[in-house]
Design a protein around this ligand. Structure first.
Ligand SMILES: *Cc1c(COP(=O)(O)O)cnc(C)c1O
Length: 304
């Protein structure tokens, strides 16, 4: 990828207690679009695609997907054609109204809209074969970008200076990011993962790639499921910005940070624990979420 990774900022968080300390790693500042873990997950996939002499990247995602935006942009910057298989046939006529899809299209991404039913079959051989017939050869970046190359990239999130932390906390979608973090922690550290969706399949997924057992899933901060929010979460995100000047996204990092703050209040962490939160980015999705919230006359995300 063309931009150079600077030392990534780590900031202290304001707390209501002195019992623990909390810092946040600002991976969201890597890039406005290819931010946080999507940069980490794409990095070695792009290296691999180039090594295979591939010209086209093909991937999958939903209407507000950070991954779709990241692939579209990174593909453009690195000279790949990009194809996005988008979940939801009804979106075909709504590109203009969807900030994520509009951005991806402006980066040159070509879309294929599929029904939710077809989308479920997307990793089956016949579905992929049909895509090959239609688009020619491509490098397949899996949904959410999780594969061995993605995990290798996420193993670079923590550095040796992070050995001072007792806990490392991150949000979970497909589980790729947390696997990279798990594989790079030291024996005295523990990783807490906060799934952004309901589902028991995650534990199994993570076990496939995780090389140690110093981790735990905290499963009760998904706020009803993937992409679901409520005014309490939105108010938390807005207040967190007022106090720390750090924007969180409503799908992943907002839920994780809400969960950590709630656990601190419930004295979950031993006294004097040093906690590191990983800000995995995702801020591009806020515009789309605010459009949905506004339509429902609900509280919107407001950073000022
Ligand atoms: C995609 C994403 C995640 C989830 O990462 P996984 O590797 O799929 O678990 C977390 N946070 C943000 C901001 C994301 O965009």
């Amino acid at each position: 990828m063309p931009f150079v990774l600077q030392d990534i900022l780590t900031q202290k968080i304001q707390l209501f207690t002195n019992n623990v300390s909390v810092s946040i790693r600002r991976e969201d500042l890597i890039h406005p679009i290819v931010s946080g873990n999507k940069f980490r997950k794409l990095k070695y996939n792009l290296v691999q695609a180039k090594a295979e002499n591939q010209k086209t990247l093909l991937t999958f995602g939903g209407a507000f997907s950070n991954h779709i935006a990241a692939v579209a942009f990174a593909g453009k910057e690195n000279g790949f054609k990009t194809i996005g298989i988008i979940r939801g046939d009804e979106l075909r006529s709504k590109i203009e109204k969807n900030p994520t899809l509009k951005f991806a299209q402006e980066c040159g991404m070509q879309f294929e809209f599929v029904t939710r039913e077809d989308y479920r079959h997307k990793i089956e051989a016949t579905f992929l074969e049909n895509l090959k017939q239609k688009f020619g050869e491509f490098y397949l970046v899996p949904e959410g970008g999780t594969n061995e190359f993605a995990i290798k990239g996420c193993e670079e999130i923590l550095t040796k200076d992070d050995s001072l932390y007792d806990f490392v906390c991150c949000a979970i979608g497909t589980g790729g990011t947390i696997c990279g973090i798990i594989n790079s922690i030291l024996p005295h550290q523990k990783v807490l993962g906060f799934p952004a969706l309901k589902g028991d399949f995650l534990k199994e997924e993570i076990c496939k790639f995780a090389q140690n057992e110093n981790w735990e899933l905290i499963t009760n901060y998904h706020f009803g499921g993937y992409g679901k929010v409520n005014p309490e979460l939105i108010a938390f995100i807005n207040q967190f910005y007022v106090e720390n000047k750090i924007p969180l996204d409503p799908i992943y990092t907002g839920k994780m940070v809400f969960g950590v703050m709630d656990l601190i209040q419930k004295s979950y962490f031993p006294k004097n624990s040093k906690i590191l939160l990983i800000h995995t980015g995702g801020l591009q999705g806020i515009a789309g979420m605010n459009l949905k919230l506004k339509a429902k006359k609900s509280l919107t995300i407001d950073f000022q």
